[in-house]
Ligand binder design. Structure first.
Ligand SMILES: NC(=O)c1ccc[n+]([C@@H]2O[C@H](COP(=O)([O-])OP(=O)(O)OC[C@H]3O[C@@H](n4cnc5c(N)ncnc54)[C@H](O)[C@@H]3O)[C@@H](O)[C@H]2O)c1
Length: 331
């Protein structure tokens, strides 16, 4: 009775694997290491380097490990990259995701937790954004995720697949062992901390003319450990026979880019230089979650709702790992 975690060598996946192992779950990780780190997967967890679209590999590891459920993190996840390389995003996220789903269903796996995103909403009509908000993705990344959401709904009806699609807002923070280490890094908080460490000369701030209180984009930052906890609750929901769900995961409070930089200056005691850049294509002004449904149905209660505590945890990890994870030798 194992849980397959795809993308388990990535940022949010590795923290979730850590928590699953802590709770005594049997876990198998599948990751192609395109963006992940072998060192992020805890020792002793079976690890397979490969694509989620590899039918033979997925069927074999499901059989060999008695996989009963899948938590699917594996994806390419940069909005601006998806605007420049849409075909790559549709193939990796939508087409490969669909093959994974088909292979799991053929093997009898009917519980699926999916990393979706607030990018499925596009430019919001109302903030905070409830799950019923129209889905009008503003970029290929959002569309690639929305495609899989639609596929999950169809498979629920046709094959009794039961899923929880978790629409995260902005993941941030770290545990003692796992942190955010992407190359290239497009996320704000790791870049702000890289600038605090002197590893980045200055933080680019994209857009000063958004219709927000200070002109910079507002996001809802959620601690990666709180996200991981929601995945375990989603699995428990499915195991208890719960129906399929779409759930937002966020703190319900937005911070602008300038507020994040100010808070990081206070946390780190460092200067953190910044410079202005034009808006990035596909970036909405204001993304804040209405996550009451996750609290109500899963009993989910974020433990680190304060931006300063989220940044503090990321800063501790950065100081302990100034070069990030060791570079993978065995891909
Ligand atoms: N980070 C965020 O703020 C955020 C917000 C909303 C949604 N998400 C979603 O959460 C998930 C995890 O995000 P993350 O920030 O940890 O990203 P990440 O890049 O750190 O992790 C993704 C992992 O998936 C692997 N991967 C990608 N495509 C693969 C494939 N075809 N086969 C096998 N492995 C593959 C990568 O190597 C990487 O280790 C993604 O699906 C992302 O879209 C993230």
């Amino acid at each position: 009775m194992a849980v397959l975690v795809t993308g388990g060598a990535g940022y949010i996946g590795s923290v979730t694997v850590e928590l699953l192992v802590e709770r005594g779950e049997r876990v198998v990780v599948l990751d192609n290491l395109g963006r992940g780190h072998r060192a992020a997967v805890p020792a002793g967890v079976p690890f397979y380097c490969g694509d989620v679209g590899d039918r033979e590999l997925v069927a074999r590891l499901v059989r060999d490990h008695g996989v009963q459920a899948c938590v699917h993190f594996a994806a390419l996840a940069y909005v601006s990259e998806s605007v420049e390389q849409p075909a790559r995003y549709y193939v990796n996220n939508a087409a490969q995701g669909m093959i994974l789903l088909e292979t799991l269903l053929a093997a009898g796996v009917r519980r699926f937790v999916f990393s979706s995103t607030c990018a499925v909403y596009g430019e919001p009509e109302t903030v905070p954004i409830p799950e019923e908000h129209p889905r009008r993705p503003a970029n290929p990344y959002g569309w690639s995720k929305y495609f899989l959401e639609q596929a999950l709904e169809s498979c629920d009806r046709a094959y009794s697949l039961r899923f929880v699609a978790l629409r995260y807002f902005n993941a941030a923070g770290a545990t003692e062992r796992c942190g955010e280490d992407h190359d290239p890094e497009t996320h704000l908080i790791p870049n702000v901390l890289a600038a605090a460490l002197g590893r980045l000369p200055s933080v680019p701030v994209f857009g000063d003319d958004y219709p927000t209180h200070d002109g910079t984009a507002v996001r809802d930052y959620i601690h990666v450990s709180d996200l991981a906890d929601a995945h375990l609750r989603a699995l428990a929901w499915l195991r208890q026979g719960g129906h399929s769900l779409f759930l937002n995961l966020g703190n319900g409070k937005g911070y602008s880019v300038l507020e994040v930089i100010r808070t990081a200056r206070a946390v780190t005691g460092r200067e953190i230089p910044m410079h202005w850049q034009p808006r990035r294509p596909g970036d909405p002004a204001h993304l804040v979650a209405d996550a009451r449904r996750a609290r109500l149905l899963l009993g989910w209660q974020p433990q680190y709702p304060e931006l300063a505590s989220i940044i503090e945890s990321a800063w501790r990890w950065r100081l302990a790992h100034p070069d990030g994870y060791p570079k993978d030798s065995a891909r």
